[in-house]
Design a protein around this ligand. Structure first.
Ligand code: UDP
Length: 297
């Protein structure tokens, strides 16, 4: 199947809207082979710059969805041409960066000419559950703190009563990995949501996509915490802040990161990496590529 992708600092992202992504996910779930879907955000891309193996697993995914306005911004910013003359290029890049940055807030649609839509892990959980309830696909929820996946299944089934949630497990460190894999092999779900941190999601996908034929794994990070309004187990000890999705207006204006900055202060360093550091790297990448040098790794 042919795919149209955009390269953002070495990470391939599919050019798809939500309905197109769902159509593709349904095809993956029906061909009997093992597949995986990744949801790269700026933090993933930063990690991929310094970790070739991490990047390779992302780029081998069957579907790679832009989870973050920063990814849309980078794809758009990198697509705008600049002069070959260094000084002028620098000035142009600055102007483009400022204008595209303002565009995120004032006119979010201005970012969608390269990647058409932001497709978050949490939105995919709802949408794939809807698809699964209509098509009879079995869904397995894995990860987050004990009890969180169960609460998510309850909420999903309240909205989609026909949804077949075949099992919910917290997985490591609460349940041994081998036991989880045995369970997945027994049940054979079509969709397996992995609510793990990025590195773990990708390790599971790399290690098990071939061992689980007929299963589509999808990495969704902290999506279960948003749905169940729970705390992440990788938060620093003592920080029990419950995850809450940003108001719709902030989501639409690309300011969800700001909401997380204030509602989950333990994420501050990660948010800085995904915003300030990411913007700097994208800016330098654009100028370096222009002068024919090596892109930062
Ligand atoms: N988590 C887990 N097992 C672990 C560590 C973390 O299931 O060993 C969960 C954690 O509770 C959270 C998710 O993995 O629900 C990762 O969330 P994170 O905040 O890292 O992801 P993001 O929302 O930034 O994608």
């Amino acid at each position: 199947m042919s795919r149209e992708t955009v390269d953002v600092l070495g990470v391939q992202i599919d050019v798809l809207t939500m309905p197109q992504a769902l159509k593709r996910a349904a095809q993956l779930a029906q061909d009997g082979r093992g597949h995986y879907i990744v949801t790269p955000n700026p933090e993933f891309i930063m990690q991929a710059l310094g970790d070739g193996r991490f990047r390779e697993v992302i780029n081998r995914a069957d579907l790679s969805l832009a989870d973050g306005v920063g990814v849309l911004w980078a794809a758009k910013f990198l697509s705008i041409p600049i002069s070959r003359f260094c000084g002028l290029a620098y000035l142009q890049a600055w102007v483009q960066m400022v204008l595209s940055g303002i565009g995120i807030i004032l006119c979010p649609r201005s970012l969608t000419s390269v990647l058409p839509e932001r497709i978050t892990g949490v939105d995919m959980v709802w949408e794939i559950s809807k698809l699964a309830s209509e098509r009879g696909f079995k869904v397995f929820l894995l990860g987050a703190a004990p009890g969180v996946a169960y609460e998510v299944s309850r909420k999903l089934q309240m909205l989609y009563p026909k949804l077949l949630v075949v099992d919910v497990m917290a997985g490591p460190p609460y349940e041994p990995e081998a036991e989880v894999i045995r369970r997945i092999k027994d049940i054979k779900p079509q969709f397996l949501f992995l609510a793990f941190p990025a590195t773990e999601q990708l390790r599971w996908m790399r290690d098990y996509s071939h061992a689980l034929p007929g299963v589509v794994m999808m990495g969704i990070g902290g999506a279960f915490d948003f749905i169940a309004e729970a705390g992440a187990i990788n938060a620093p000890s003592g920080d029990a802040t419950k995850a809450r999705r940003a108001p719709r207006l902030l989501q639409k204006r690309g300011l969800e990161w700001l909401w997380r900055y204030f509602t989950q202060p333990w994420r501050k360093q990660r948010i800085k990496t995904a915003t300030v550091d990411f913007i700097k790297i994208v800016f330098n990448y654009k100028l370096t590529r222009l002068s024919g040098g090596q892109a930062p790794r």
